[in-house]
Structures are given as C-alpha cells and as structure tokens.
Ligand binder design. Sequence first.
Ligand code: NI
Length: 176
Amino acid sequence: MAGYDIRLIGDPVLRQTAREVTDIDGALVRLVDDMLETMYEAPGMGLAAPQVGVQKRLFVWDVGPGPEAIVNPEIVESDGEWVFEEGCLSVPGLSWEIVRPKMVHIVGRDLDGNEVSVEADELEARLFQHEMDHLDGTLLIERLDADTRKIALKTIRDLQLGVGGPRPDGGGLTLL
Ligand code: NI
C-alpha cells in the first residue's frame, strides 16, 4: 500500500467530472486500499478518487463502524435540511456552516460488484453529498452563498492554501 498526496484547491483535477467505473478489478481494489490509507493518515472521514488525482466515480469513508467504499454512487432520494460545519481535505484548515439535505438514499456498487443501497442521516448523509460533489468537480465553497464565498476565497488566497502552499493542521475539524 502507498499513500497518495491529497490534491488541494486550485488543482484542476478537482474541477473535473469523474468518469463511471467500468471494471471492478484488482487494480480498483488496490486503489481503494491506498485511498483508505491516505484518508486515515490525513486524517479525514471521507475521500473521493479525484482528491488523489484519479478521475473515477468512487469514494471511501469511515464514520466510525469501519472502512467503506462505493463505486458509481448515485443519490436517489434526499430529504430535510441540516446545517453542519463542513471541512474538506482539499481545503485544509478551514470549515463553513453549510445547509444541505439531512437524509439521503445512495445506491451504487461494492468492490464485489454487488449493488449496495444505503440510507444515511446527518453526518453520513452529509459525507455522501460532499463526496458526490467531488465526483462532479464541485468543492464545498461553491455551496456557500455569494458573499460568504467571496470571503472564503480571499481567506484561501491570503493563507495560500492552494497548490504549493502550506498544509495546515486539520485541528479537530470534520474533513470530508
Ligand atoms: Ni472534500
């Protein structure tokens, strides 16, 4: 296993739409192992393939019960509204209160190619929505209102958080 460098805001790979996974094979399983190692090392609770420079529709996560991975995920239902202080491993050291649906139903495939279906609430639902955004080339700052986003972008510039900048400590933030 080998850990990856997590791509940071400003890296064009984070702005692209990831492609459907066509083959669930040994190489994909190794990718997932390496992504999990990278996620735990960060440490974070979720990591999407584009964050390690791989344009495939898959992400890994662990909100407590252990490591999980989903391939070609799709949100088929969402409900409610929930405010949560959200952080991202690709925008290190910062977090914002973001409103998103409280509950989501996600479907996809596991690493054996079997269909999976997960109904999630609160933190896990938030994580799913955040990682789905990564697969579509969207970062959490795009979920802020225009004024807050302007301030966020200035902060990111001032801290030089992007490519080549320092990597601040995650310090207790929930990083997805
Ligand atoms: Ni993220």
